[in-house]
Design a binder for this molecule. Structure first.
Ligand code: CU
Length: 120
């Protein structure tokens, strides 16, 4: 095996090894309300991930139509660990809402995202 071939194989192996953990990376699969939809005032926000997420290192923020933070109840994790649920103690008035979330994925990576929904 010549030097270049060995170097190529080494870098190839490293690419595969560093890419592998990303496959266990949790991604947001679903949410309720669904992103970019118009709904009746929801009673809770639910974020469902492809892998389990750690509740203790996860958070959800909701911003209302007036740009002010909306108070959320204490979030809980579903039994299977895939869903974060935050109750909405007060009814939401109509308008656009922005959700910002971050979570600690099963593989130890921090993941985050945002989406919006509309209340009738
Ligand atoms: Cu990851």
């Amino acid at each position: 095996m010549n030097k270049f071939k060995a170097l190529f194989l080494t870098s190839f192996a490293m690419t595969v090894l560093t890419a592998a953990p990303a496959m266990a990376h949790s991604v947001l699969k679903n949410s309720s309300p669904t992103a970019d939809t118009t709904v009746e005032a929801p009673r809770s926000l639910e974020l469902t991930f492809s892998e389990t997420v750690n509740l203790r290192f996860s958070s959800i923020e909701l911003t209302g139509p007036d740009g002010a933070a909306v108070r959320l109840g204490k979030p809980v994790n579903s039994q299977d660990g895939h869903t974060l649920l935050a109750p909405l103690p007060e009814p939401l008035s109509s308008g656009r809402y922005d959700v910002k979330w971050d979570a600690l994925s099963k593989d130890g990576h921090k993941i985050n995202g945002s989406f919006s929904f509309f209340v009738k």
